[in-house]
Ligand binder design. Structure first.
Ligand code: GLY
Length: 312
């Protein structure tokens, strides 16, 4: 098979403030370009989504890895998932600490254990066994994350009321199809500021934060985790496509369904088995980028679609 490779990435759907707009756009463009160069050099979609998400995890503009938000105790607890649409293999981690690239660890779990997800201290123990580098919490925590956390403590606002204002940082993700027609997805997050210790959101939950199946396509989601889980948002998009909808319609209908049914807002990226793709959101902004045919498309505000040539 000789498919046209495509990668789409997102940096989280929320009310991104103007002071993070440029770094968010730059960050998703870098991640999509890196993933695309892997695809055009014969790499797999799994390698491409893992590399793209690692770049986003390393970028402090985003809520994942470095730059993750803090839980109620002021700690970092991270969630991630990676899925291979060829055989529905999945690896996920939840509530892990002191690991800079949870997506790489999720892939290790997929490939080195008989399980789908490891959580908490057991996951960290396995990371040690696999010689995955342990980083001090301070290395992952940014000034912004501390400021946001202090604001929550001062005003004692509830997680729910703040979510309605879309002030939450949120999640990164990637979906891709490679030249063999194999489709993959990856999602990684620090969750939501001031979350209860031990809270797990949608991101590492199969069918909610991500799903990939060569038969249909791949999706990575972002937004209010408790809402996304209730409607299994990622799988919902693929169900819509299986009924004959285009990726764009399937994405919009699934997000609309979530808004109407559980009053949740969010965003998602999707690629189909024929390489059609969409980036859609019901929040104020979502940074996204797509690379295909040596063209990079990207946007942040509703309806935006800038394009430039990729020099490689
Ligand atoms: N969407 C990320 C979270 O709610 O944890």
């Amino acid at each position: 098979m000789d498919m046209k490779p495509v990668i789409v990435v997102h940096g989280g759907a929320w009310a991104i403030p103007d002071n993070l707009a440029e770094s968010s756009k730059l960050g998703v463009r870098d991640a999509a370009t890196c993933g695309f160069s892997i695809l055009v050099n014969g790499g797999s979609s799994l390698q491409a989504v893992e590399a793209a998400v690692q770049i986003l995890e390393d970028n402090i503009a985003f809520d994942a890895g470095h730059g993750a938000v803090l839980n109620a105790d002021g700690e970092v607890e991270l969630d991630a998932i990676i899925m291979d649409g060829k055989n529905l293999a999945v690896g996920a981690v939840s509530c892990i600490k002191n690991i800079a690239n949870p997506i790489m660890f999720a892939r290790t779990i997929m490939e080195q254990t008989p399980h789908v997800m490891l959580t908490g201290s057991g996951a960290n123990k396995f990371a040690e066994k696999m010689n995955i580098e342990k980083v001090p919490t301070e290395e992952l925590v940014t000034e912004n994350a501390i400021k946001e956390w202090e604001q929550y403590q001062r005003y004692k606002q509830s997680v729910t009321s703040l979510f309605n204002t879309e002030r939450m940082h949120d999640t990164v993700g990637a979906v891709a199809i490679d030249s063999m027609g194999n489709i993959s997805c990856a999602t990684s997050t620090g969750g939501i500021t001031n979350k209860m210790v031990g809270r797990v959101g949608d991101s590492p939950i199969i069918g909610s934060g991500a799903y990939a199946d060569n038969f249909t396509g791949a999706v990575s989601t972002t937004g209010h985790g408790e809402s996304i889980m209730k409607v299994t948002l990622a799988r919902q998009v693929l169900f819509n496509m299986e009924k004959g909808e285009s990726p764009q319609c399937a994405a919009e209908h699934a997000l609309e369904y979530m808004k109407n049914k559980v009053h949740g807002r969010g965003g998602l990226i999707v690629v189909s088995k024929s390489g059609e793709w969409a980036a859609s959101f019901t929040t104020k902004r979502m940074a996204w980028a797509c690379a295909e045919n040596k063209i990079l498309s990207y946007g942040l505000n509703p309806g935006e679609n800038f394009q430039e040539k990729i020099n490689m």
